[in-house]
Design a protein around this ligand. Sequence first.
Ligand code: 5GP
Ligand code: MG
Ligand code: MG
Length: 190
Amino acid sequence: MAEGNWHAADIDRVIVGEDQIRDKVDELAKQVAADYATADSVLLVGVLKGAVMFMADFARALGRHGPPVEMEFMAVSSYGQGTTSSGVVRILKDLDSDIAGRHVIVVEDIVDSGLTLSWLMKYLQSRRAASVEVVALLRKPDAVKVTVPVKYVGFDIPNEFVVGYGLDYSERYREVPYVGVLRKSVYAQS
Ligand code: 5GP
Ligand code: MG
Ligand code: MG
């Protein structure tokens, strides 16, 4: 999978391959389509930048299974200490439209501590959405300690730093088409 690409040398091992991602995105879209069969539409809220690839593929999968979709994006930054997020969130890019009465599905790349997400869910509920659920492609073990209800999860992965399919290290590797563990030597050299 990683062979023949510049990034292969930086990836320790593939955690979720391209085919697995494609199948899972379709499976998640079928679940959502069944759960929202009676809804006029759902509003997908993608969390920039990590969720862009998943958002694009998930929206197209819903295009095959229904219901009709609208897309919004938010960018948030959590004030953290070092690598841990604190749960105090600053909005860098807000919603463009009123979400009152809408069925909102937050589209996330990965849930780790879940602090950012639990803040975001409260925020969206305070904007009087009819419902707010979350679809996350990846979930790390720590996420189970937090009470944030992530209804749709693609893959439970080990507690390692992963990149690819939207996920970055220092803004790189987002275009890598699979999810893989970054080699430790990559952090060491920068
Ligand atoms: P938390 O759930 O801890 O509030 O934050 C989740 C965010 O941290 C994700 O949206 C992502 O931006 C970042 N993050 C958490 N784990 C990883 C990882 O393994 N790799 C990358 N690239 N980002 C991660
Ligand atoms: Mg994210
Ligand atoms: Mg990042």
